[in-house]
Structures are given as C-alpha cells and as structure tokens.
Ligand binder design. Structure first.
Ligand SMILES: NC(=O)c1ccc[n+]([C@@H]2O[C@H](COP(=O)([O-])OP(=O)(O)OC[C@H]3O[C@@H](n4cnc5c(N)ncnc54)[C@H](O)[C@@H]3O)[C@@H](O)[C@H]2O)c1
Length: 365
C-alpha cells in the first residue's frame, strides 16, 4: 500500500508542525497536498516542505483520489464542517484540538466518520509527549499506588493569530484553547474514568482590550474513581510557554516540566535565534529547548495516526476523547457562571459556543 498520502488543511502555525512532524518520521506517511484560502499561503508551505500540490479551496483537495488522510489545522469554528466534508469524501481525519464548538457538532463528526467507515483521530499530542508517556507508564506499573491527584498546566502570554481572540471563531478563551489539553490529559492519564463534576474559575486579567474570552482559568475535575484532575491555564503568564504536570498517589509522586526540564539554562547578553514557543526575547536568562516537536510528541502522534490508517495501530486519541474534553469544557464555563460544580452528565442544548455558558454574548445582552 505504500506510505499514507496526507493532505493538510491550513497553512499556519499548526500546519507547519504537522508538515515538519511527517518529515521527521517519514516512513509511514507523506504529505502530498495542502489547502489554505489566502492566495500564496498554501504554496509557501508546500515549497518549504516539498509538498507537490497546493489548493486555495480545501474541497478541491478532497477530490484528489489518492489522498487517504486529512489533517485539519484551521480555526476551531471550522473543524466540524471540514472533518465532515473530509469523511464524506472517504478520507480518514485527524482533527486538531479542541474538537469543535458544540457537543452537537462533536456527535455529528463522530457519527459521520463512523457511517463513512473512516477514522476520526483527535490530535491531542500530550498523549504522545515522551516525558508524560513515561509518567503514565510508571503510574500504570503501580509506581505511585492509587493516584488521587493529577495536575496539568499550560500557560503563555497569549496566542499568535487574531482568530484565537475572537470568541466566535475560537469558542472561548484560554480554557477552550489550552484547557482542552489538560482535561484530556488528566482523563487519559487516569485511564479514562467517568467524570463526576467540573468546577471552574476564570477571569480576564490582562487582555480585556483584545478579547471577550478569559485569559486565566483554574479547573477541578472529579472523576468516578475519586481522583481529582486540576487544570491550570493562562494567556496572562509572561516568559514564553510553560507546560508541566504533577502526579500524586498514596505511594509516590512525579513531576515533569516539559520546557524548563528539557532546556539548557542559558544567559546571553546579545540574544540568539530561538528559545522556546512564544518566548518574547532571547536575551538575559532563557531556557532554550531542543528537539521541540519531538519532546512534545507531534511526530510520534502523526506517525501513530498514519499507522492507524494502515491498520497497524488502534487510535490512541479519538473523536470520543475530544468529545469528553468538549463536555468538560462546556461544564467548566457553566461552573464559572454559577460558581458551583457542574454535575455530570452535562448536555447543554442549543449553545453556539462554550463561552456563551459563562458570558452572555454581546449581541444577546
Ligand atoms: N496541538 C496543539 O498544541 C496546537 C497548537 C496550536 C494550534 N492548534 C490548533 O490548530 C488549529 C489552527 O491553529 P493555528 O495556531 O495553526 O492557527 P493559524 O492562524 O496559525 O493557522 C490557521 C490556518 O487555517 C487556515 N484557514 C482559515 N480558514 C480556512 C479555510 N476555510 N480553509 C482552509 N484553511 C483555512 C488559515 O489560512 C491558516 O493557514 C486550531 O484549532 C488550534 O487550536 C493546536
């Protein structure tokens, strides 16, 4: 059958990561096409990665018969439509996080892919992050005994592209953008237990001029097995990207700091090329990462998804995982509005985007 032929929708930040990831681990898949609406952008990515075909309309790319797997790296509000179109064209789908905007969309994506007989894989790279995978392996071997608390934090000073700040395109602020990582992480780490409740506190501390979305959030998830997940996110934290976990059990604990832990503590009077994602400067004390994509697990993730298309692996991150994160996101926004735990199951109806459960949209207010 040869390598899986991949088409990427989008040509921005994450599309670049996908293209680079397939280049780092090229044995299972090759990117043969990219689609992005702004004239010249798809061509630019195609040139950078030797991708033979570039399209401005992703629907034209879906008509290419040899493409077997599509990765969706467009803004959140477009995920559901693109994934459904790709599935209807008979392509396996990799959808970036967060899965979509509503639970209804999540159900439609999952149902369509099932009916079309294609895989819906959820691009949650934390399931593939080598340090975090090691922590989970130790936990599964019983290193920490019964685990009672798993924490994940992801923070920086705000996203790079304007659409993230527009809640109609993103669905929410930092909780939507990065809380989905922490929720999925805690759920996966603990072996996918049911969720009992979600409590969340959020606010907009520094970026109210830019967004109606929250730029800081703290979320506590109670699981059926009595373990607690704690997810901290911020777009208000200066100094570049922070990503870390803590795991506590009655028999032990482990800590992993993805960036500072892997970095070379460095002082430079003059600065240099690149330290870490979203770092504002390379002068003074910095913590340059190396093998950044590998340490995040992106190449391993894409490699795994290609193997799933060939039937060599079973998807370790699915549309259902993305749906669980969506349900917890909705529950978190609702909790932030009520000040109380949101009990599960939680199925808000007729909500256009998760943040509407917290803030009354301006056009309704
Ligand atoms: N897994 C991660 O850690 C991670 C990191 C960053 C972003 N993401 C996710 O990836 C997605 C994209 O984020 P980004 O940072 O790359 O944003 P970006 O703004 O850098 O890129 C978005 C791309 O989507 C394209 N696009 C917009 N409308 C389109 C359309 N109709 N058809 C095809 N392409 C279209 C844009 O032209 C652009 O190339 C988001 O869902 C985001 O949450 C995930």
């Amino acid at each position: 059958m040869g390598r899986v032929k991949v088409g990427i929708i989008g040509s921005g930040f994450e599309a670049d990561i996908h293209a680079e990831s397939f280049r780092i681990m090229p044995d299972e898949a090759e990117v043969v096409a990219v689609a992005s609406p702004t004239p010249g952008h798809a061509e630019r990515l195609a040139k950078r990665y030797d991708i033979p075909r570039a399209f401005t309309d992703y629907r034209d790319m879906l008509e290419e018969h040899d493409i077997e797997m599509i990765t969706v790296t467009a803004p959140n509000s477009l995920h559901a439509g693109m994934c459904i179109d790709a599935a209807k064209a008979g392509k396996h789908v990799v959808c970036e996080k967060p899965l979509c905007m509503t639970l209804e969309e999540a159900d439609a994506m999952i149902d369509t892919c099932r009916r079309q007989g294609v895989l819906l894989m959820y691009a949650e790279e934390l399931f593939f992050t080598p340090k975090y995978v090691k922590a989970k392996q130790m936990a599964d071997e019983g290193a920490f005994g019964k685990i009672y608390l798993v924490k994940q934090a992801e923070k920086h000073f705000g996203p790079h592209a304007p659409w993230f700040w527009d809640v109609n395109r993103s669905g929410g602020g930092v909780f939507m953008d990065m809380g989905c990582h922490g929720i999925a992480f805690c759920y996966w780490f603990l072996g996918r237990p049911g969720i009992k409740s979600v409590y969340c506190q959020m606010a907009t501390h520094v970026h109210a001029d830019k967004t109606e979305g929250e730029d800081d959030s703290v979320c506590i998830i109670e699981f059926d097995n009595d373990a607690v997940g704690m997810v901290e996110n911020s777009w208000a934290r200066r100094g570049g990207m922070e990503d870390r976990i803590e795991v506590y059990g009655e028999g032990g604990c482990t800590y992993a700091d993805l960036h500072m832990g892997n970095a070379l503590p460095t002082f430079s009077e003059y600065g240099y090329g690149y330290a870490v994602e979203k770092a504002p400067t390379t002068r003074g004390w910095t913590y340059p990462v190396f093998e950044e994509l590998w340490n995040y697990g992106f190449p391993q993730e894409m490699h795994h998804f290609a193997r799933c298309v060939r039937g060599k692996d079973n998807p370790q991150a699915t549309g259902e995982d993305g749906r669980v994160a969506m349900e917890a996101l909705c529950a978190g926004y609702h909790s932030a509005a009520t000040g109380a735990k949101t009990l599960f199951p939680y199925h808000p109806q007729g909500v256009k985007k998760p943040i509407d459960l917290w803030r009354v949209p301006k056009n309704r207010g």
